[in-house]
Design a protein around this ligand. Sequence first.
Ligand SMILES: Cc1ncc(COP(=O)(O)O)c(C=O)c1O
Length: 434
Amino acid sequence: MAHSEAFRKQRRKLLLTAAALGSLGTVGLLKPEANTAGHSGYFLSLQKALRENGLATPTLVIDRQRLGHNIAALKRRISGDFGYRIVAKSLPSLPLLRYVMAGTGTRKLMLFHQPSLNQVADALPDSDLLVGKPLPVACAARFYQQFATSSSQFNPAMQLQWLIDSEARLAEYQQLAAQLNQPLRVNLEIDIGLHRGGFSDQKSLAGVLTTIEQSPWLSFSGFMGYEPHVLKAPGPTEWLLEQAMARYQQFVDTAEHTLGRSISNLTLNTGGSTTFPLYQGRAGQVPANELAAGSALVMPTDFDVATLAGHQPAAFIATPVLKLLERTRIPGVPGLGRLQTLWNPNHARTAFIYGGYWKASPVSPPGLVTNGIYGRSTNQEMLNLADEVPLEVGDRVFLRPHQSEAVLLEFGDLAVFDASKGKITERWPVFERG
Ligand SMILES: Cc1ncc(COP(=O)(O)O)c(C=O)c1O
C-alpha cells in the first residue's frame, strides 16, 4: 500500500516536471531572438537616393518598378471581360492615378470624398467616376457649386454616378437635381453580405427603381455591391463568394423585372483589393461586370493576404534617425529597459526618429520594434533595436503603412523611386484634403 502511494507521488512529480518543462519550452519558443541584420541592398539604395535628394523629413516613397509589377499582376487577373475601376482613395494622388490609368488602360475611378471628386473632375476630364459611398446631399451640392467655376470638359451628367443607399437619400438627391436643373445618374448600393448599409430587400429596391424611372431628373446607372467579408468572415471563401453573387443576382433580376429591360450594359460594380483575384475566370458567370481595386497596387500591410501573394510592397515611409542611445531606458523605472531586453534582445538600444506613430509598422532594419511601455510619439518616436544592428544617426529607417488612404496624405508630395537608376526621379503631389 505504502509502496503504491510512493509510486503515485513519484509519478505525479514526474508529470508536473514534464508539464513545467513543456511550458518552459513553449516560453522558450516564444522568446524573440535578436535580429541583427541591417538594411538590405534595396533599402541601402533607397536611403542613398533619399540622401542625394536632400529628403530628410519623413517621406512617403512609391517604388515605380514595384508599382508596375503590381499593375501587371492585376491586369493578368482582371482579364478583358471585367472592367477595372481604380479605387482612387487608396491611391490619392493625380499623377499616381494618371500612371495607373495609363498602365491599366481604364478611365474608371471610384471616389469617396467630395473635394477629391472636384479635383479629379477638374484634372482628369476624360474619367468615368463612381462615388463609392453615399455622400450627404450637401456634398453633392458643393460639388456642383465648385464645378461651376471649372473649365474642365468633364460632363457630370454623363460621367458621374452618385451612390444612393436609401429612399430618403434618393428623395434628397432628386430635390437637388430639380433645384440645380441638373440631371443625375444614380447607382444603388446593395448589401450582398457585408452589412455596411445599402438596399437589402428586393421590395424597397423595386420601389426605388420605379421612383427613378418616373423622375425627369434621375437615371439608374447600376449597382455597387462590396464584399470584402468573403475573405474575412468565417466560412469557406468559395461558398461566401457564391452567396454574395447569388444575392447580387437577385438584385439584378428584380431590376430587370421592374424595368422590363436588361441592365447588363450598366455599371455592376463589385470587388476590392483582397477579393478581385477570386473572379478570375468567372466573367459572365457572375452578375457583376467590373471590379474595383486600389490598395493592391501599393500593398499596405493590411493587404498581406493569400489572394495578393504575387504583389509587392510599393509604398514606404522613410524617416531619419535623430538620436541613437546605447541602452534603452524607461524614465522613472531604472532597469526596466534592461528587463525588456532580457526578454527581447531587440529592445537593447534606442533610436529616436523624425516623426512617428503613423498607421505603419517598421520594416527595415528588420529587427526594429516600437516600445509599448515608453509610449508612442508623433514628434520623435522611440524605436528599439538589437546591439549589433548597423545603424547610425542620419540613417533612414523604413516603415510600411497599414492602409494607404489616410497615410499617403500625411507626407506632402510622394517621392517616386526608380530602383533601376537608384534615384528619386519624380515628386507626385497628393490630393488636397479640402
Ligand atoms: C465600395 C468599395 N469598393 C472597393 C473598395 C476597395 O478598395 P481597396 O482596393 O483599396 O481595398 C473599398 C474600400 O474601402 C470600398 O469601400
